[in-house]
Write a protein that binds this ligand. Structure first.
Ligand code: XMP
Length: 319
């Protein structure tokens, strides 16, 4: 029986002993697991930890600045920031098919990550935020029926040909313990409690081909959803809440003007592991506030709809 404090002390000793004077690479996504792994390893080896954070152009609003401020400045970690937005969006231009989008994003990520890690000298270890549930469900790609439906990939996924030793200091912890370790290491509540976000990012919440302009519409709408759900005190108790961009336009009226603009769908689901999920009965007044704010504040949207599909038969993400 150990406390999180003694867990941290013990891991710090083990990481130092294992790594020696070598450098460690970690793919930072901004999610709970990679953030806590980064904080823990940084406590152990400081500047020997090299975080790589890839902006694929599919991140939520202000996410890149948030990650750079927290890890690069507040924690003063060595952080390689790669803004690969143009590269990803160029490869995704005109691609509508969900699985094609996922494959392109996965392949592109591996290349960008590879290029960035090649610059780091004496890198012998690749750190990952693997947790205990990841270990026990560690046949997810082939054995898990959910993986047959969508080709999941995690930012920081290990390219097979990489010749690093693995460093996985969270591999014996459950999610709640990972969060507690993060708190002890000084990560803000907003980071340790954040909702899951898919590796392919907003691309799987933007139906059809993505473009800078329509991704911005989705980002602005999504920001409003998260803000209002937080204000209502529901963000940390609901599994996921987000906006989905529909590339179809409907007719509306604004003042005396006819409008012809895009549709945003809202998704809110309750779940314990993402394998099954129930749509959440959000209060009508909250739905109303989100809807009017999106329509008033986001140019190009004149209609908001609510997704009342559970999983199964729906999936959580729309693509
Ligand atoms: P679906 O849409 O399959 O999602 O019901 C189940 C859970 O997995 C997340 N998700 C992903 N996570 N890489 C990830 O790391 C992915 O490619 C990916 N696709 C879906 C989704 O947000 C939900 O929590």
């Amino acid at each position: 029986d150990w406390t999180m404090e003694s867990f941290i002390e013990q891991q710090v000793r083990e990481i130092r002993a294992k790594v020696g004077s070598a450098n460690v690479i970690l793919g930072l996504s901004g999610g709970v697991d990679s953030s806590v792994a980064a904080a823990l390893i940084h406590k152990a080896i400081g500047k020997q930890l090299n975080c790589i954070f890839v902006n694929n152009g599919l991140l939520r609003k202000n996410e890149a600045e948030r990650v750079r401020n927290l890890f690069g400045r507040a924690f003063d970690m060595k952080l390689i920031y790669v803004d690969a937005t143009e590269r990803f969006l160029a490869r995704l231009a005109g691609v509508e098919e969900p699985e094609k989008k996922r494959k392109i994003i996965g392949n592109e990520f591996v290349q960008v990550f590879d290029d960035a890690s090649a610059q780091i000298e004496q890198a012998e270890f690749l750190a990952q935020g693997t947790t205990y549930p990841d270990v026990i469900e560690s046949v997810p790609i082939d054995g898990n029926p959910a993986a047959m439906i969508k080709s999941h990939h995690n930012v920081g996924g290990l390219p097979k040909e990489m010749k690093f030793q693995l460093l996985e200091p969270l591999s014996r912890l459950f999610k709640d313990e990972v969060r507690e370790v993060g708190r002890q290491l000084g990560l803000p509540e907003d980071v340790v409690m954040r909702q899951p976000f898919p590796g392919p990012g907003l691309a799987v919440r933007h139906l059809g081909a993505v473009s800078q302009k329509t991704l911005d519409i989705l980002r602005d709408a999504d920001e409003i959803v998260v803000e209002e759900i937080k204000k209502a005190g529901l963000y940390y108790s609901i599994w996921q809440t987000f906006a989905v961009f529909l590339p179809i336009r409907t007719v509306g009226v604004m003042g005396d003007e006819r409008t012809y603009d895009y549709v945003i769908a809202l998704r809110a689901v309750e779940s314990t592991d993402g394998m099954t999920a129930d749509w959440v009965q959000l209060p009508y007044d909250l739905l109303g506030r989100i809807s009017s704010r999106i329509i008033n504040e986001v140019n190009g949207v004149n209609r908001v709809v609510y997704d009342i599909t559970s999983k199964p038969p729906g999936t959580i993400e729309w693509e």
